[in-house]
Design a protein around this ligand. Structure first.
Ligand code: SF4
Length: 200
C-alpha cells in the first residue's frame, strides 16, 4: 500500500484581488493502538457532542456510531491529516461578528473541508483496505436524512466524524501538529484547523 508521507501544501483564495486565506496541510503517521488508548476521552467528548445543535441529526455523529475498537479492528496504523485555514489579517480586521465570521468560513474553511474529504475518498479508492474518519459532521447533503428517519443517501461517501469516535480533537492538534485550537467569540481567529484520519 502506498503510504502517505509528511507533506505541506498551500492554497489561497483570492476574491476581488483580496487574498482571503491560505492553507497548510500537515500529515503524521501514528500507530492505531496508540491513538485508541491515549487520545480518546469518550465520555467527555460525548457530553460535548450533546451540546451541538446537530446532535442526533446527522448519521456521521452520535448517538449510534459504531464501536471504535470494532470498526477499526482491521487496521494497524493511521495517518492524521491536519489542515490549517489561515485567515489574512485585513480580512480578520473587517470581521466583527460571529455571523460575518461564518460567512467567511462558508467560502474558506467549509469548502476546504469538502475538498479534503473528496481527496480522501479518492485515496481510499486507490488503496483498498483503508478507511477515513472525517473532520466534523457529514455535510454532503444540504439536510441529512437522519432528521426524517430515512437511511443515509450516500453511505459509500459518508465517513464518521473523528470526534464521534471519542477522539480528543484538542490533544490531537496540540500533540501531533503543535497547533492549539483558537476561538474568537465575535470574529475570526488567526486560523481554524480541521483533522482527518486515514486508517490502513
Ligand atoms: S451523506 Fe447525506 S444523508 Fe448521509 S450522513 Fe451525510 S448528510 Fe446525512
Amino acid at each position: 500500500m502506498a503510504r502517505m508521507a509528511y507533506s505541506c501544501a498551500c492554497y489561497v483564495l483570492v476574491i476581488n484581488k483580496t487574498m482571503i486565506y491560505k492553507t497548510e496541510v500537515i500529515t503524521k503517521e501514528v500507530n492505531k493502538d496508540t491513538l485508541l488508548s491515549k487520545y480518546r476521552m469518550p465520555d467527555v467528548v460525548l457530553e460535548a457532542c450533546k451540546l451541538c445543535p446537530d446532535y442526533g441529526r446527522v448519521w456521521s455523529c452520535p448517538p449510534g456510531v459504531p464501536d471504535p475498537y470494532e470498526y477499526l479492528a482491521p487496521y494497524s496504523n493511521a495517518v492524521l491529516i491536519g489542515t490549517k485555514v489561515i485567515y489574512e489579517n485585513d480580512v480578520r480586521e473587517r470581521v466583527k461578528t460571529a455571523e460575518e465570521a461564518q460567512k467567511i468560513r462558508d467560502i474558506s474553511y467549509e469548502p476546504v473541508k469538502k475538498q479534503v474529504h473528496a481527496c480522501l475518498l479518492e485515496y481510499e479508492k486507490h488503496n483498498p483496505g483503508s478507511i477515513s474518519l472525517c473532520a466534523g459532521r457529514c455535510t454532503l447533503c444540504e439536510e441529512c436524512t437522519r432528521i426524517t428517519g430515512e437511511p443515509c443517501r450516500m453511505p459509500d461517501k459518508m465517513r464518521y466524524s473523528i470526534t464521534s469516535f471519542g477522539f480528543d480533537f484538542s490533544r490531537l492538534t496540540e500533540d501531533f501538529f503543535h497547533t492549539p485550537l483558537l476561538w474568537e467569540r465575535d470574529g475570526l481567529p488567526e486560523y481554524d484547523i480541521a483533522i482527518w484520519a486515514v486508517f490502513f
